[in-house]
Design a binder for this molecule. Structure first.
Ligand code: ZN
Length: 240
């Protein structure tokens, strides 16, 4: 199967700083969150290709951002912004018009929105619709997230911490993965489960893991592949 193509769009940049307050510029925060989100996606999931509409402090017009995603035939577009204008918390937008994939667009947004609110503990301002250019001009399901208010003292304090920007990014990665059904990368067993120490009279056995699958069919396929290579294996079901 072809890789899932995820476009991430850090709002503003270059001569357009976006909202500014409390010593912060929206363009800097959105870029960091987008870069961290890409890192987390590559670290945690397989079968995904991430493209950013900008990866440095440059100006890109709204239509160029949408065209970029359309040319890539991206599967999903996620625009990252910071709010301003009096308020606090998190809100997300999908395009308000009527269009073919609106229910799918909304379902993806809902999953992403809920994960971000749960993981960041931002106040939930709600799931909204708007006539925003990047949402209107993209051909694929698209969402825009507004991650706190730059002109709210508490939100700005939260956004001043790099750890919190990473938290917002990780929440985007988790939320997109949940929404799109991305497959987690399998960590080597030694990392996930350090070898247990044997206590007196106990024997330690070493199990060789050659894959971990959400779908039994894929596990069966792996067993067949190993068998074709002369390696006997079996499926061990576990629940997590
Ligand atoms: Zn913005």
């Amino acid at each position: 199967m072809a890789d899932f193509v995820q476009v991430i769009d850090p709002g503003h940049g270059g001569h357009d700083p976006g909202a500014t307050a409390n010593g912060l510029r929206e363009e800097d925060l959105t870029l960091k969150i987008a870069l961290y989100t890409r890192d987390y996606i590559y670290e945690l999931y397989e079968g995904v290709k991430v493209y950013l509409t900008r990866d440095k402090d440059v100006f890109v017009s709204l239509s160029e951002r949408a065209d970029f995603a359309n040319r890539l035939k991206a599967d999903h577009f996620c625009s990252i912004h910071i709010n301003a204008g009096g308020g606090d918390g998190f809100e997300s937008f999908i395009y308000s018009g009527s269009y073919a994939n609106k229910s799918k667009t909304n379902a993806i947004r809902n999953a992403l929105h809920d994960v971000i609110v749960a993981e960041t503990r931002f106040k939930d301002r709600g799931k909204k619709e708007g006539n925003l250019a990047v949402l209107r001009e993209t051909n694929m399901p698209a969402v825009l997230t507004e991650n706190g208010f730059i002109d709210n003292k508490d939100d700005a304090d939260f956004l001043k911490s790099d750890d919190n920007l990473r938290k917002i990014a990780l929440a985007h990665a988790h939320g997109l993965a949940k929404a799109h059904g991305w497959k987690p990368k399998v960590k080597p067993t030694s990392e996930a489960n350090p070898a247990p120490k044997a206590s007196a009279g106990e024997k330690v056995f070493y199990r060789v893991v050659a894959g971990s699958f959400a779908d039994r069919k894929n596990a069966e396929k792996r067993v067949r592949e190993l068998k074709a290579k002369g390696i006997e294996s079996f499926i061990d079901e576990y629940r997590a």
